[in-house]
Write a protein that binds this ligand. Structure first.
Ligand code: G6P
Length: 610
């Protein structure tokens, strides 16, 4: 998804901007560009493709200046080409703008601007903003921006430079991500993502919707639409540079898979001990949460899969009826908002547009909504006001891995906390379950030892073009997540199903060419036996069976073409372990098929548009 970087200071801006764009690469993009203020004119470069390929061309150009903005574009309006890449300009090329988001009313604005004599060179919605500022400029640039903002509909973050006021960068947002970094030597950076800022500063200022910041050397001024000055607090980013670099791993995804014992330790730290569960971000809301007759969770992608497992956890452990909705569907449904229901949204990035909109819908119906978010200070974290941070650290690989296991662990703790308050669990049982939570990092570490073995399995199956994933109960959503991981990064067609649904359709697909991955770890109920019957049905149809089973289960090995043993664990912990070989399998298959694991085609890490 589009990324923004801006710099104002005393150093040459070009290398800082290029480095910033490289930090944003993981978000997914198809073209890029940058613009620098240079002695009364704007120098710029735009191109299609990856930054490391564009870098040579950028360096050949005489781009100079100590104030500049840059952009990675993920096309929404108009194909990826040089004209549509950002920066976009007004008619006189006095205003350069980079934009993240979508201007929904751009076509009516464009028609109006065309009638007013403006000429457009791109198909983008962004270009409209530059021309609108030009049209509204009557001597004060800030007034031109204010007027323009009043005309725009949609979500966006913007960084703008102009020869009309060359010692400044103007930035603003409505719904899009944007953070200002306050650096040494009176310099400022602006970025759509904290990963750009970290090597320069940990001191940041978050802009609220419709605030406009004016960045000058040594001065940051933030105004609202009425031009009143807003006093902003300087916040601190908590993670460090090492966390956003590959640290010897060939890909961020593999690094993040192997980071899970640590990320989960951080998720659990200080939150689950003896028979106490402390979730600080919701501690003032426990009365409401424990009395809520129903929980509704909205999310997208992998976060939605975490929500599906949360449904089992909250219903099985806390006895609270739970529903899960795709945020993209929920936002447009006529679902009545209920004041007694506890609404949760889950998001790794905290910037997913549909999830953000679902919060607005809940709030406008006077519902109470809580966030389960990884990125501190993100739009969703701020919009929800209360919730629980994952503390999983920055996740860079597009396919979510460590955030997912942290999301599951948060819901596990939440379910136990609500069970405790509502007296749905005995003290001895709670102590046992909390002990199990604290063992998760160690169990994951043990499970990760499978890596080389999974690589061998991937080698054997790399030429197959279809996979079926089956699981039941807590592990049905793991089947969905395994299939999603494979699709996302290896472009192999894969489907996840609840194992018993197989006979209602997918069974027709099973033959020698269809590897079937069945999650069949031990359960405390009858589910394991039921999965065994499903395995028999596949075997009878000569399906290639890759079975994930609990360590020590010798029986099941006879039925499997490949057996993957997972450390024994209680069944409510099992999804956390079972997803590990599926993350690894997707990773190795993708690498063996020559795919770009960290930046899969057409995907973005943070989907900030609808
Ligand atoms: C994109 C990412 C997925 C992610 C989904 C939801 O599609 O590629 O990995 O699961 O967005 O993102 P969120 O940040 O809201 O969890």
């Amino acid at each position: 998804m589009c990324g923004i970087v801006g710099y104002i200071g005393k150093k040459e801006a070009k290398p800082i901007l290029i480095k910033g764009l490289k930090r944003l690469e993981y978000r997914g993009y198809d073209s890029a560009g940058l613009a620098l203020l240079n002695h009364g004119k704007i120098d710029y470069f735009k191109g299609v493709g990856k930054i490391h390929l564009l870098e040579k061309d950028i360096c050949k150009q005489n781009l100079q200046g100590t104030t500049g903005i840059a952009h990675t574009r993920w096309s929404t309006h108009g194909e990826p080409n040089q004209l549509n890449a950002h920066p976009q300009f007004d008619c006189s090329k006095k205003i350069a703008i980079v934009h993240n988001g979508i201007i929904e009313n751009y076509s009516s604005l464009k028609k109006w601007l065309l009638k007013r004599g403006h000429s457009f060179i791109s198909q983008t919605d962004t270009e409209v903003i530059a021309h609108l500022i030009e049209e509204n400029y009557h001597g004060s640039f800030i007034n031109a921006i204010r007027k323009t903002l009043s005309l725009l509909e949609g979500t966006f973050s913007l960084a703008i430079i102009t020869t009309l006021e060359p010692d400044k960068i103007f930035v603003t947002r409505r719904g899009g991500p944007l953070i200002i970094g306050c650096c040494k030597n009176n310099e400022y950076l602006v970025a759509s993502d904290p990963t750009v800022l970290i090597e320069h500063t940990k001191k940041v200022v978050y802009l609220e919707d419709n605030e406009i910041a004016i960045l000058k050397i040594g001065k940051l001024e933030v105004l609202n639409l009425k031009k009143q000055i807003i006093k902003k607090e300087i916040k601190k980013i908590k993670y460090n540079l090492q966390q956003i670099e590959k640290g010897g791993f060939p890909h961020f995804m593999l690094k993040e898979i192997f980071e899970q014992p640590i990320s989960l330790k951080n998720t659990i730290a200080g939150r689950a001990k003896n028979y106490q569960i402390n979730l600080g971000g919701i501690k003032n809301h426990l009365q409401f949460l424990s009395k809520a007759p129903r929980i509704v969770i909205t999310a997208c992608g992998t976060s939605w899969h975490a929500a599906l497992i949360a449904e089992y956890l909250l219903e099985n452990l806390a006895g609270i009826s739970t529903e899960v909705e795709y945020a993209s569907e929920f936002r447009y449904k006529k679902t009545p908002i209920d004041k007694k229901t506890a609404y949760f949204v889950i998001s790794q990035s905290g910037e997913t547009a549909d999830t953000l909109e679902s919060i607005k819908k809940i709030k406008s119906g006077k519902g109470r909504v809580f966030g389960i978010v990884n990125t501190v200070g993100s739009s969703i974290a701020r919009e929800t006001g209360a919730g629980i941070y994952l503390h999983a650290g920055p996740e860079i690989g597009v396919a979510s891995t460590k955030a997912f296991t942290s999301q599951l662990t948060i819901f596990l703790m939440l379910a136990l906390l609500l069970a405790k308050i509502n007296k749905k669990i005995k003290k001895s049982e709670l102590i046992k379950k909390i002990e199990s939570i604290n063992k998760i990092p160690e169990l994951i570490k043990e499970t990760l030892k499978l890596n080389n073995y999974i690589k061998k399995i991937a080698q054997k199956y790399k030429k197959f073009n279809n996979f079926l994933y089956l699981g039941r109960g807590y592990n049905f959503p793991i089947a969905l997540e395994g299939a999603l991981k494979l699709k996302e990064i290896s472009y192999i067609h894969a489907e996840g199903y609840p194992a018993a649904e197989m006979k209602h359709g997918p069974i027709a697909l099973i033959d020698k060419k269809m590897p079937v991955i069945v999650i069949a770890t031990d359960t405390e109920d009858i589910i394991y036996q039921k999965v065994l019957s499903n395995i028999e049905e596949i075997k009878a149809r000569q399906g290639n069976l890759i079975i994930i089973a609990s360590q020590g289960n010798k029986e099941i090995k006879k039925m499997a073409n490949e057996i993957i043993y997972i450390p024994k664990s209680p069944d409510f912990i099992s999804p956390l372990l079972n997803v590990i070989p599926l993350q690894l399998l997707a990773y190795h298959l993708a690498v063996l098929r020559g795919c770009d694991v960290d930046q899969p085609r057409n995907l973005a890490k943070s989907v900030t548009v609808e």
